[in-house]
Design a protein around this ligand. Structure first.
Ligand code: ZN
Length: 123
């Protein structure tokens, strides 16, 4: 009895490893989807004045992107501070200026600036 069970266990483990290898690409796409979802959730929480949770979501999204080597979409890159990684909500948490073809975001938490270059008409 016990032998059979152990065999089953081993087989199960093998199957698991195989699946993991096959689905590396899958994991990346799932991670990307989760990152987008996390940022959407963070936005909701920030609008409800719950910045602690919003920051936590940003942290999870960043960790996901690092673990799976997935880039955070450009759209969301401006939504958190580059220095302290806190979620930024314009008019509440940060100031946004445009100066000499750059977007300059001032973070109220760490009092630092982050700059983003504006590109001409993306394709
Ligand atoms: Zn900051």
């Amino acid at each position: 009895m016990t032998e059979i069970k152990e065999k089953e266990k081993r087989n199960f483990k093998k199957n698991k490893v195989k699946k993991m290898k096959q689905s590396k690409q899958m994991q990346k796409t799932i991670a990307e989807k989760r990152i987008i979802k996390l940022f959407n959730m963070a936005e909701k929480k920030a609008k409800e004045d719950n910045f602690e949770l919003a920051n936590r979501y940003v942290e999870i999204a960043r960790k996901l992107s690092m673990r799976h080597l997935v880039k955070i979409p450009k759209k969301y890159k401006r939504k958190f501070c580059r220095h302290c990684y806190s979620y930024l909500l314009p008019s509440k948490n940060c100031r946004i200026r445009i100066y000499r073809g750059k977007v300059i975001i001032y973070c109220n938490n760490c009092k630092k600036f982050s700059r983003f270059i504006i590109k001409k008409a993306t394709k």
